[in-house]
Design a protein around this ligand. Structure first.
Ligand code: ATP
Length: 327
């Protein structure tokens, strides 16, 4: 089966073709880069309008051959962006006369790691721009075991770098600056299985404003944020008894986060898997891969019922495509 995936939840206009025979996935992406500040929903949607037809055409041209289903991100994400990508996917499914598959973007972020690692029932840490949560599969759904009480982890870092006047996205710049930094104390906020970033980011901004070298603040910001995520990931493994952890989301490209998670897993005898970067940041490859599994399970959606959902939570999705053990 060959499935076309379409992704357009926020900044990344992307199309991909996944072939289930070869397990190959061709991805074509075009990123929106704000001239100043963070992601402006209207500008991002204009980018989608411009780039989505182009990436779809290129992905189809480069992959060749017929398409058996069209999968798209129904949410969560920015409404104006989701509407553009959703409209393109519906039009294409209708024109090609193939089934349409509505994919939850956050479930796709974690399923790509499970698919690649071949794990049965992992705990999943989604560390993306607008989200941060731990998920475990139980009784037919991915349950939220712990999550941010305020902003997503990438958005928190991006807000800090906006304060510094750095361009979007801030995460890679913080990672680079942190290489020359030393530790300073910042707030560490974990409450049970949940965590919070806003006080930590305010303290980081204050530290820079009060003259702390920016490299030290970047280093410490990473140490605190990633230690919080690692602590809750470990607790999720312990609570569920799972010995598999997968990482998803754009912040997962950070080497220090991966190092902390890998070390924690090694110490407790668990396996850790982080997908390659092209599958961590937003991309249509993960939508096509999960879309193919859903289509094979008959989990398709009539066009008339395929409205987007900007607040689509992962625990709203009945998992129709797998039989794995519950954690
Ligand atoms: P979501 O998937 O929740 O909708 P999103 O659309 O913002 O989030 P992602 O591609 O998952 O997209 O993540 C983008 C985020 O990843 C940005 O906030 C960016 O700063 C962050 N990021 C990218 N590279 C790194 C890095 N090396 N270190 C830390 N953060 C990073």
């Amino acid at each position: 089966m060959r499935v076309l995936g379409v992704e357009g939840t926020a900044w990344c206009a992307s199309a991909a073709v996944h072939d289930t025979e070869t397990d190959e996935t061709l991805i074509e992406s075009d990123a929106y880069e704000p001239e100043s500040g963070g992601i402006h929903p209207r500008e991002a949607a204009e980018h989608m309008g411009d780039a989505i037809p182009r990436v779809i055409e290129t992905a189809l041209d480069r992959s060749g051959g017929d398409i058996d289903a069209v999968a798209f991100s129904r949410g969560p994400g920015l409404g104006p962006c989701l509407r553009v990508a959703g409209t393109a996917a519906r039009a294409l499914a209708g024109t090609l006369d193939v089934p349409l598959v509505g994919v939850n973007h956050m479930v796709a972020h974690l399923e790509i790691g499970r698919h690649e690692a071949g794990f049965d029932s992992p705990v999943c840490l989604n560390a993306s721009g607008a989200n941060a949560h731990l998920l475990g599969f139980h009784d037919g759904r991915y349950r939220v075991l712990g999550e941010t009480m305020d902003t997503g982890v990438g958005n928190a870092i991006d807000k800090f770098t906006r304060h510094l006047g750095w361009s979007h996205p801030g995460g890679p710049k913080v990672e680079e600056a942190a290489k020359d930094g030393e530790y300073v104390d910042l707030p560490y906020v974990v409450k049970g299985m949940d965590f919070s970033f806003s006080g930590l980011m305010s303290a980081a901004k204050d530290a820079v404003d009060c003259g702390e070298p920016v490299e030290n603040v970047c280093f410490s910001l990473q140490e605190h944020v990633f230690a919080m995520l690692t602590e809750v990931s470990e607790r999720a493994l312990s609570l569920t008894g799972s010995d598999e952890l997968v990482l998803g989301g754009g912040v997962g490209q950070n080497a220090r986060l991966r190092e902390m998670l890998a070390e924690m897993c090694e110490q407790r005898g668990a396996e850790f898997y982080a997908p390659e970067p092209r599958f961590l940041r937003d991309n249509a490859g993960m939508i096509a891969v999960l879309g193919a599994e859903m289509a094979a399970a008959g989990d398709t959606i009539p066009i008339a019922e395929s409205a987007i959902d900007p607040n689509f939570r992962p625990d709203q999705v009945p998992v129709t495509w797998r039989e794995g053990e519950s954690v």
